[in-house]
Design a protein around this ligand. Structure first.
Ligand SMILES: Nc1ncnc2c1ncn2[C@@H]1O[C@H](COP(=O)(O)OP(=O)(O)OP(=O)(O)O)[C@@H](O)[C@H]1O
Ligand SMILES: [Mg+2]
Length: 295
């Protein structure tokens, strides 16, 4: 089981949305982490054969996915970022309808629909209309539709967008569960969505995969360290303009800050354990001063 991307580029009217990306994925969860406009959706749409790369090749077990046509679609499940649903369909009808589009036989479709509504925790809601579901329930119905054909490759574009913290936890558990003997690629801009469940994390910025590896490897790649310091209120703004600050907590008279710096920024600063959140800020964040400069 191997999905291989080789030197993929996608240009839109001369602008490169994805630029020379190469990566090899096997089974397990892969987290595609990047800010808005990084190229996540564009990359995923190419992996789903919905967009043709301007350059490069994508293969599944050595075979070009565009040449595989229907054979590839059979092993693929996709939850688009803005997934369309039919507001007046019930959850059950919606899944049966998508199953028919995917070419499942009615008896198989019925069975899969039952299994999946249970798996994503929508059994009680199966007779509810899609438009009456909460954001989290809709996303779960979206995952269920992507899973109808029991795909080997499951591509989920921002499946946790708009979910509350409880639903996020539930989602992580569901995705971990679905990843056994399957390749799951999921995009997000929220570190905690993938920190604990992703086997490998791909940091995408301006169309490129800038860094990749296990959570531990990415943390180890950061040249700066994290320092905690309590700063009186009148100095907070200056510190924010000078350093990258990953955490600000208000305390009486000032703020407790987590500062990213190679060496101890203040004599009283205490070194903290680096988290993936800090690394994300290091690669993607700006100092408050830089943000003001661009205004
Ligand atoms: N069909 C298109 N035509 C022209 N430009 C496009 C098209 N689709 C995407 N782009 C551009 O490509 C870049 C990457 O967009 P993409 O949607 O892949 O980013 P993303 O990482 O998914 O962002 P988000 O987190 O907001 O979903 C953006 O600059 C976007 O404007
Ligand atoms: Mg996107």
């Amino acid at each position: 089981m191997e999905l291989k991307i080789e030197h993929i580029t996608k240009e839109f009217k001369g602008a490169k949305a994805v630029h020379d990306v190469s990566y090899c994925m096997k089974s397990g969860v892969y987290g595609l982490l990047g800010v808005n406009g990084a190229g996540k959706t564009t990359l995923m749409r190419m992996l789903c054969t919905l967009l043709k790369p301007t350059e490069g090749r994508i293969t599944w077990n050595g075979e070009d996915i565009f040449a595989m046509k229907g054979e590839y679609r059979k092993i693929l499940g996709y939850l688009p970022q803005d997934f369309g649903f039919y507001p007046d369909f019930t959850v059950g009808d919606y899944l049966m309808y998508i199953a028919s589009i995917k070419g499942l036989k009615p008896a198989v479709a019925k069975k899969r629909t039952e299994i999946l509504t249970r798996k994503v925790g929508l059994s009680k809601a199966s007779k509810k209309k899609m438009k009456t579901l909460s954001g989290g329930m809709k996303r779960r119905a979206g995952i269920a539709q992507a899973m109808l054909n029991n795909p080997r490759i499951l591509i989920l574009d921002e499946p946790t967008a708009g979910l509350d913290p409880n639903e996020r936890v539930r989602f992580r558990n569901l995705i971990s569960e679905l990843s056994t003997e399957r390749l799951v690629l999921l995009s997000t801009h929220i570190v905690s969505d993938i920190e604990d469940i992703a086997k490998e994390i791909l940091l995408m910025k301006e169309g490129e995969i800038k860094y990749s590896g296990t959570s531990e490897q990415i943390i180890a790649s950061m040249p700066e360290r994290v320092w905690r310091v309590t700063v009186p209120r009148k100095y907070v703004e200056r510190v924010l303009k000078t350093y990258r600050v990953s955490n600000v907590k208000s305390v009486p008279g000032g703020a407790e800050l987590n500062i990213l710096a190679e060496t101890r920024p203040f004599s009283e600063a205490v070194e903290e354990k680096i988290t993936l959140e800090d690394v994300f800020l290091y690669y993607f964040g700006e100092k408050a001063g830089e943000e003001y400069d661009t205004l």
